[in-house]
Design a protein around this ligand. Structure first.
Ligand code: FAE
Length: 538
């Protein structure tokens, strides 16, 4: 893409060779590079500000920098997914293909049938850890590409119980949550869509919630429900209304961040998004500038070029797993001297539990409407607040089962540790860390599914799949405010290095899904950065 406003100097080097200056190189993100004697070519770039990642944190950061007049390069490891109505952009849950997994030879998502293929820069990464695997989105838009879109603001007391204590809930309530919601435009499922045959599982779940004496809840989803209506009328191929959303929605109706914050950022002409640019390492040079070691890859994952980008300001928005891995590697290899000790720590899974629910004598049917748009905010539970939702599954035939998902508040006891053999950081977690919350969530799910009666609930076949497939969609922590960053995401003692994503949050966002809170926090942090650091630090 063109980048007229980016003042850039590009240096071209062969490995081991001296620098050759190619100032003001032309329109491509990359300058022509010399080819090393062996291995991919290496080139150099100089930038004022670099953002790693295009999820919620990265996209908000890019837009705010652009509005402040800062030319910004955004590095994204994945591809740009062409999102239009009625497309075949994304693969399907029950007939996955190589687009479904990030550089993996087979399916990675629990419940999606096993298939084998040549690895591809697909939309969903499974970050394998010890005792816990993390799922995250890959591509322009990050997690918003694959997420259901449950957009929930936590209550003040639960925010206080899980978020860094320096954060003022009233300010979030008054301002930051509203700003984020104004962009995402979340709306609850309307009556006519909920009444459609494919939303049978949602209605069954709402009935059970009501029978159990709790208040049924329609979860706000950042999507255009008219698109669901079009699907129901047969005008476009179903995606939401069959629950086929976990590899991305093919109907163009979801307000993903590539189409909101990031699109606005790119429209300023000050932001360039470089896709298939995977950051391998970050480093601080002797002059205190930031060096980003980038691998430009093909969609098969082959490295075709290495780029060394020097910048005055580096914003980490690679998500909890991505940012934590980069920081832990930098600390272990002493690429960034004096990084805080807490790097990689204070990590939690947001209390995620996923259950399969097989009601006896009744069936939620095949091709269950979604995304996960109904639930219950069981926030006064004496065992701690829990949000429980029904997630429709796009089963091709009626197998009598659906899924139920719970979120709570956990102690952030997980930690990423460096593994020198893999030259990567690995997450370490034990199910003992959230055993208490798990027990409470399981009990409450059974009670609700039994219409208020635990014994009746046991008659449903309710399996906590998370005990055998211990995974999370909601990684949080690894570079938390207080331990690693100041209250606005500046890494302690590292001028010009910032974190602005889910890594800042120690393990939970007040017993509900995290994306709204991550976006709100990112907006808040950028208020401070553009006021005090733009023009002084960079
Ligand atoms: P994230 O959105 O993960 O963005 C990180 C970006 O960095 C991605 O674009 C990566 O490709 C990129 N990246 C990572 N490493 C590198 C690297 N080395 N070099 C270059 N680029 C890199 O981070 N949350 C909700 O609130 N509601 C939901 O309904 C919901 N459903 C979900 C369903 C699924 C299947 C999954 C996986 C997640 C779901 N989430 C949901 C979680 C949500 O997507 C997540 O909290 C946010 O996306 C995290 O935002 P971040 O900005 O932290």
């Amino acid at each position: 893409m063109g980048e007229p406003n980016l003042s850039r100097r590009t240096f071209v080097v062969g490995a081991g060779a001296g620098l050759a200056l190619a100032a003001g190189a032309a329109s491509s993100a990359l300058a022509p590079a010399a080819r090393a004697a062996s291995g991919p070519a290496v080139s150099e770039q100089r930038r004022r500000a670099v953002v790693i990642g295009t999820g919620f944190g990265g996209a908000v950061t890019a837009l705010r920098l652009a509005r402040a007049g800062v030319p910004t390069l955004v590095l994204e490891r994945g591809i740009r997914w062409p999102i239009t109505p009625d497309a075949e952009t994304f693969p399907h849950m029950f007939s996955p293909d190589r687009r479904a997994a990030w550089l993996s030879p087979s399916t990675v998502l629990t419940g999606s049938p096993p298939r084998f293929w040549k690895p591809y820069t697909g939309v969903l990464e499974r970050v394998r850890g010890v005792g816990m695997d993390v799922f995250c989105g890959a591509g322009v838009g990050g997690g918003s590409l694959v997420y259901h879109g449950m957009t929930i603001q936590p209550r003040g007391d639960h925010f206080a119980a899980s978020m860094p204590s320096v954060l003022d809930y009233d300010a979030f309530d008054r301002d930051y949550y509203r700003r984020a919601a104004a962009v995402l435009k979340p709306e609850p499922i309307p009556d006519d869509v909920l009444a459609a045959p494919s939303y049978r599982s949602s209605r069954m779940f709402l009935d059970r919630v009501a029978d159990s004496g709790l208040e049924p809840y329609r979860v706000p989803i950042p999507m255009d429900w008219d698109v669901a209506r079009r699907e129901l009328r047969g005008e476009i191929t179903p995606s939401y209304t069959t629950g086929d959303v976990l590899y991305g929605a093919n109907n163009g109706g979801k307000n993903t961040v590539d189409r909101t914050w990031l699109a606005e950022a790119e429209a300023t002409g000050r932001v360039e998004v470089a896709t298939l640019h995977r950051v391998a390492d970050i480093e601080r040079d002797p002059a205190g500038r930031w060096v980003v070691h980038v691998e430009r890859i093909t969609t098969d994952g082959d490295v075709v070029e290495r780029i060394r980008i020097t910048t005055d300001a580096l914003f980490l928005g690679a998500g909890s797993a991505g940012t934590s891995r980069l920081l832990v590697k930098a600390r272990a290899k002493d690429l960034v001297p004096d990084l805080p000790e807490g790097v990689g720590a204070n990590w939690g899974n947001n209390g995620d539990r996923i259950f399969s629910w097989t009601p006896v004598g009744d069936s939620p049917g095949a091709l269950q409407g979604g995304p996960a748009c109904v639930g219950v905010r069981d926030w006064d539970n004496p065992a701690g607040p829990i949000t429980i939702v029904n997630g429709g599954v796009p089963f091709p035939t009626d197998v009598g089962t659906t899924s139920v998902i719970g979120f709570s508040i956990v102690e952030p006891r997980g930690v990423f540790r460096y593994d020198p053999v893999a030259d990567d950081a690995k997450l370490h977690w034990s199910q003992t860390y959230d055993a208490q919350q798990t027990a409470a969530t399981t009990k409450q799910v059974r009670r609700i599914l039994g219409g208020g009666k635990l014994v009746q609930g046991l008659a449903n076949i309710t399996l906590d799949t998370s005990t055998v497939e211990t995974t999370t969609y909601h990684p949080l922590g690894g570079a938390t405010i207080g331990d690693v960053c100041d209250p606005h995401g500046r890494v302690l003692g590292q001028r010009g290095l910032y974190v602005n994503d889910g890594s800042l949050i120690p393990g939970s966002t007040g017993a509900c899904n995290p994306s709204l809170t991550i976006a709100a926090l990112a907006e808040r942090n950028m208020d401070e950065v553009v006021t005090h650091d733009v023009g002084t630090v960079f």
